[in-house]
Design a protein around this ligand. Structure first.
Ligand code: 5GP
Length: 131
């Protein structure tokens, strides 16, 4: 049973359709393990999504069930994308919204890569702490 409250993998999700070439994307990088493309609604001067080629609902699913080769290949690709986009200096941010509380909208694991400007505080608002 997949984790994160997102249900089983839906092969009609938008990123699955992008992977199959059914929907276009502005590709930034691709290899055996990962596809990177520019977010359709960028929230920073550089905003790229990196997704694994395998069918994983979320980071929770990917980290628990992907092979060592997929995990290593994917995260090496994330680093390579950032490097190739020229973001290493002065830096960038990675974000993986996971499940309902994480605000994940697309149920195919993805890492957001933000850069190109100072990104400010980690969260744009403080979450109320339980008493
Ligand atoms: P999540 O909230 O799931 O972490 O983020 C999903 C991201 O996918 C959002 O930033 C949204 O703008 C992006 N997105 C949704 N549909 C498309 C699409 O069809 N193409 C591209 N390139 N990005 C998309």
């Amino acid at each position: 049973m997949p984790v994160s409250g997102l249900g089983p993998y839906d092969d009609q999700n938008i990123f699955a359709r992008i992977l199959r070439g059914e929907i276009p994307c502005r590709r930034a990088y691709e290899d055996e393990h990962a596809l990177a493309f520019h977010d359709i609604a960028p929230q920073a001067p550089a905003h790229v999504l990196v997704i694994p080629k395998g069918a994983y609902v979320s980071f929770a699913d990917f980290s628990a069930t992907a092979s060592e080769a997929e995990i290593a290949g994917f995260f090496r690709a994330v680093g390579r994308v950032a490097r190739e986009l020229g973001l290493e200096q002065p830096g960038y941010r990675l974000l993986a919204n996971t499940g309902v509380h994480g605000g994940q909208e697309v149920p195919h694991f993805h890492v957001h890569l933000f850069g190109g400007a100072g990104l400010g505080p980690m969260l744009d608002h403080r979450i109320a702490q339980p008493a």
